[in-house]
Design a protein around this ligand. Structure first.
Ligand code: UD1
Ligand code: CA
Length: 433
């Protein structure tokens, strides 16, 4: 079935108490609005996002990801509220799915479940122990929806109703068009409520069915507390999918994985690990408290406590504790301890000794370090970039490399070691002897 889709994102998000618009708050690495548009795009090619508060900023952020979304600006001065939001929407298809933008956990199959019922108006609801903030759903004797009462308009008795409006609706486009103009703002907030369309449908003898949905998927994010709850739910979902596909996770509750990360084959992710951005982990072992950002790790082991920064490509490699890698390509390398490898290309069989530093920054620009095959980089080496180390080179411990090194050479720039007998006693005096 072809349906149009409208996402309401014009609200002020006051309860968020933030200068950042509510829908730009991030969950698992991406803005709430990004998640919902991303899922919506799998459902339809006709998506309208309704904006008003900080519209320019929101559109600019979404333009980074999507180029085929219609944006409209709500006439909030004259028609505030979720009913006012829909006034300017021009739907291409006969049915229109309407979503609140503050539902980052909604997925394609949840949206499609509405299309399985054929009725002019379908809404969604769930039962919850703490219904505060949600509109309460009033059912008639046949369990059809009679009306929705917003929290602020409820009587004390109605506040106890545990069945609440989830905030997703499927309308016949013609019903919506005809009846939006009949909405009134005679309520506590002086707003035009989309939820009053249910009452209007009833007045016209149109039966309104409600789909019962899962609160863990349809929860609305109104505050930073809700934001944290939604984050936990999304993390659980992301990690569960990886574990079901064969990834091992130790203490998964301590692991953070952004929604764009890919993990394949029998990778192992230990406790405290963060996997960020577009990272790809292929058949690798990421040990405790390591951070991997926008990088590809294949057939390698990383950490514990290693940091792999953006644009690194690490293959068949061992990275040990306290090693930082940035924008580097390592293939068949061992870097066991305490090193910084930035803007470098390092080839098979090379060993990077403890305390090696690529001095990639001269205060103005970044420079490259290229290290060939089978190079032995002694501990505490500084490689002052730009520099090229050819294959089969030995760099002695403590060397500062400021020139390119030819294949097969030794590089050493150590000052001669002096040992002065009994110097301690001369210095501190005879009584220490
Ligand atoms: C809304 C529902 C409530 C439901 C809940 C589910 C209404 C009147 N109430 O309440 O019944 O239980 O969602 O989460 O719809 N928005 C606009 N323009 C506006 C006002 C809001 O586009 O003028 C957008 C907001 O940006 C937001 C969405 O509509 O994404 C919902 O608004 P919000 O203020 O969060 O509504 P709730 O009070 O949560
Ligand atoms: Ca809400």
């Amino acid at each position: 079935m072809n349906i149009s889709l409208a996402i309401m994102a014009a609200g002020f998000g006051t309860r968020m108490k933030s200068n950042i618009p509510k829908v730009l708050h991030k969950i698992s690495g991406y803005e709430m609005l990004y998640h919902i548009i991303n899922e919506s795009k799998k459902v339809t090619d006709d998506i309208t996002v309704i904006l008003y508060h900080q519209a320019t900023l929101i559109k600019k952020e979404m333009d980074k990801y999507f180029d085929d979304i219609n944006y409209i600006i709500q006439d909030v001065e004259n028609f505030p509220g979720t009913g006012g939001a829909l006034r300017g929407v021009e739907a291409k298809y006969e049915k229109i799915l309407v979503l609140n933008a503050d539902m980052p956990l909604l997925e394609t199959q949840d949206m499609l479940s509405f299309t399985k019922i054929d009725a002019p108006v379908i809404m969604s609801s769930f039962k919850c122990d703490d219904p505060s903030g949600y509109g309460r759903v009033i059912l008639d004797k046949q369990k059809l929806v009679n009306k929705i009462i917003e929290e602020k308009d409820t009587t004390q008795d109605e506040k106890n109703i545990k069945l609440v409006n989830a905030g997703v609706y499927l309308f016949d486009t013609s019903f919506l068009k005809e009846n939006l103009k009949n909405l009134k703002n005679d309520n506590t907030q002086k707003e035009f409520y989309i939820t009053d369309l249910i009452k209007i449908a009833n007045e016209k003898n149109i039966k309104v069915k409600s789909i019962e949905v899962d609160i863990d998927t349809f929860m609305g994010v109104n505050s930073k507390y809700h934001l944290a709850l939604a984050e936990e739910l999304m993390q659980t979902r992301i990690k569960r999918r990886f574990m079901e596909s064969g990834v091992i996770m130790r203490l998964p509750n301590t692991i953070y994985i952004e929604s764009s990360v890919e993990i394949s084959k029998e990778s192992v992710i230990e406790n405290g690990v963060s996997l960020l951005g577009n990272s790809k982990i292929i058949n690798s072992h990421i040990k405790t408290n390591s951070v991997i950002e926008n990088s590809v790790i294949e057939n390698s082991d990383i950490g514990p406590m290693a940091r792999i920064r953006p644009n690194s490509f690490i293959k068949n490699t061992h990275i040990g504790n306290f090693v930082e890698v940035k924008k580097s390509t390592l293939n068949g390398v061992k870097a066991g301890h305490l090193s910084y490898l930035g803007d470098s290309i390092i080839s098979e069989g090379t060993n990077i000794g403890c305390g090696t530093i690529t001095c990639n920054y001269d205060g103005i620009s970044k420079h490259k370090t290229i290290i060939g095959k089978n190079v032995f980089v002694g501990s505490d080496t500084q490689l002052v970039a730009p520099v090229i180390i050819e294959d089969d080179v030995i760099i002695a411990s403590g060397t500062t490399v400021t020139k390119d090194i030819k294949k097969g050479s030794l590089a050493i720039n150590r000052a001669p070691l002096k040992i002065i007998d009994n110097f301690f006693y001369k210095f501190f005096g005879k009584e220490h002897e």
